[in-house]
Design a protein around this ligand. Structure first.
Ligand SMILES: N[C@@H](CCC(=O)N[C@@H](CS)C(=O)NCC(=O)O)C(=O)O
Length: 215
């Protein structure tokens, strides 16, 4: 089996890149990492060289290119079933898929108003009513999972659902969002992961600063 290559962008900002990268690291799957930095002056035109959508992340498996974070994670779950990227139990798996898809296609207000930034000094911003709704919904669905499955991760063990929500942990922290005690315990579990700490340190060390809010 060929070693997967994951092409990502700047760790400071690229929330979609973080998701499969974190899953690969937490599950200790061997992979080749390639960093392709954002370039607003060309609207990231160099991404066309490897990405059919001009977006990252992209995973290369031999001759095959897989794009879009959730498709990459699904492909990894299929390729490495022993790593438990999805819960074993079919009902839990359906639940994990539902909340992962909800993250993938939802919460545009929170994502737009609070972009991931690994190097932002925590401070509050004015949030729209819709962003507040997004924040409440995320906390409720996290609380439901943690209560039903016992934590410390959403489905007990780390799964794709945690990878999908990982950027929210940074957003809640660096925009100083008031959170419930259960949310704080879950955020601590994610932040204690050595893989999280590795990504965060690398993101903080990047010197490039984006002038664009939503990348
Ligand atoms: N739905 C895609 C979104 C990917 C995405 O928007 N990636 C951003 C970086 S985090 C990007 O490549 N932006 C460059 C562009 O849109 O030109 C996924 O889940 O992978």
């Amino acid at each position: 089996m060929s070693t997967p290559k994951l092409i990502i962008a700047n760790k400071k900002y690229s929330s979609w890149s973080l998701r499969p990268w974190l899953a690969l690291k937490v599950k200790q799957i061997d992979f080749i990492e390639e960093l392709s930095c954002f370039d607003h002056s060309t609207n990231h035109a160099h991404f066309w060289e490897f990405s059919p959508t001009k977006k990252v992340p992209v995973m290369v498996l031999g001759e095959q290119t897989v794009w879009d974070s959730l498709a990459i994670l699904e492909t990894l779950a299929e390729r490495y079933p022993e790593t438990g990227l999805w819960p074993n139990d079919p009902q839990q798996r359906a639940h994990a898929r539902s909340i992962s898809a909800e993250m993938h296609s939802g919460f545009p207000a929170l994502r737009g108003e609070c972009p991931m930034n690994m190097n932002r000094r925590p401070s509050a911003v004015d949030l729209s009513a819709q962003a507040q709704v997004d924040i409440e919904r995320i906390q409720t669905l996290w609380a439901d999972c943690l209560q039903r499955y016992g934590g410390p991760f959403l489905f007990g063990e780390f799964s794709i659902a945690d990878a999908m929500y990982a950027p929210v942990v940074n957003r809640f922290e660096v925009y100083a969002i008031e959170t419930r005690p259960g949310t704080q315990r879950y955020m601590a579990a994610i932040r204690e992961l050595p893989a999280w700490q590795q990504w965060e340190a690398a993101g903080k060390a990047e010197s490039w600063v984006s002038e664009v809010v939503d990348i």
